[in-house]
Design a protein around this ligand. Structure first.
Ligand code: NCD
Length: 308
């Protein structure tokens, strides 16, 4: 694997390896503190980000490497009309690995095709977000100790929520999992995800609009934000934005060992009072993301022959 564009670019064995490396980093951070000395990460973020960009940058610094960044299309030559392909060729001259977030679906793929260094997709439009899935997987692993036989509820904007698409792809490769897809009618999982992943792999799933009806059966509840920036009109956003708000009260019927995940940022879909519930895992998920990105950077730089 030269680049990570889609979560399925990683085999199940490679995912296991990344999880093992991340856990070793957690246990022995000093062992990795100089691992990327002299190497540079290009952090190219053409869309807003707090966690993903900062966690890539923190990851590279904690590996002893350096970071050069572009934040916002307005400050780079993209604003002058430069193509993603030309940006990729240029950035390859200065750095050793690229993390790119872009509003267009497929932009990370085009970057990887044109770069001479490894490329990591940090989110391409409403398509996918594989490194968020790495954060999600380490969280599920640390909370549940398994990737199998889980009832996974995903709730909110399942249409535009790219993290959901990558998570469904990833968890569909393990035995015995079942998906409960909770969304308003207008924000259902795209049919390509249903057809090419769930149906093709014979994964059991149900679609519902009613979170409370399914709450008691869930092992994982993955909440998401309604993706305002991907709507064609504001009226639809305003009508749908408050479809699901998770409160302490609504968790009364949930399993005692439910794991509540959210890729963040949260708008109002999880009430702040839920943060004190031991089942809330979303800030642990943030930290797990940094460790998985460290493991991924190490793997890609090794495979590119830049590290031993
Ligand atoms: C997600 C994203 O960018 O898709 N955020 C993140 O990277 N943690 C989710 C979102 O923006 O709602």
């Amino acid at each position: 694997m030269k680049s990570l564009i889609d979560i399925l670019d990683l085999t199940v064995e490679e995912l296991d390896e990344l999880i093992a490396t991340a856990q070793d980093i957690i246990a022995n951070p000093q062992k990795y503190a100089e691992a990327c000395r002299g190497l540079k990460l290009a952090s190219l973020f053409f869309e807003p980000s707090t966690r993903t960009r900062m966690s890539f940058e923190a990851a590279m610094y904690e590996l002893g490497g350096n970071v050069i960044s572009v934040t916002g299309a307005g400050t780079s030559s993209a604003a002058k009309g430069e193509s993603v392909a030309d940006t990729a060729k240029t950035v390859s001259c200065y750095t050793d690995i690229i993390a790119i977030r872009h509003p267009k679906e497929g932009a990370a793929y085009v970057t990887a095709k044109n770069a001479t260094i490894p490329v990591i997709n940090a989110g391409d439009g409403g398509h996918c977000h594989p490194t968020q899935t790495l954060a999600d997987l380490l969280t599920i692993w640390r909370e549940k100790g398994r990737f199998t036989n889980l009832t996974i509820g995903v709730c909110g904007d399942l249409k535009f929520g790219r993290t959901v698409h990558s998570l469904i792809n990833a968890m569909s490769r393990y035995e015995g999992n079942k998906f409960v897809l909770i969304s308003p009618e207008e924000l259902k999982v795209p049919s390509y995800v249903k057809k090419d992943v769930l149906q093709q792999k014979h994964i059991p799933y149900v679609q519902t609009t009613d979170l409370m009806a399914v709450m008691p059966e869930l092992d994982i509840l993955y909440m998401t934000r309604v993706q305002r920036e991907r709507f064609f009109n504001e009226e639809d956003y305003l009508r749908l934005k408050d479809s699901y708000i998770l409160t302490v009260d609504k968790l009364k019927t949930a399993k005692p060992d439910l794991a509540i995940l959210h890729p963040l940022p949260r708008v109002n879909e999880i009430s702040v009072a839920v943060d004190d519930d031991p089942r809330a895992c979303y800030f642990k998920q943030v930290l797990n993301g940094k460790y998985m990105r460290m493991a991924l950077i190490l793997k890609l730089l090794k495979e590119a022959g830049k590290l031993n």
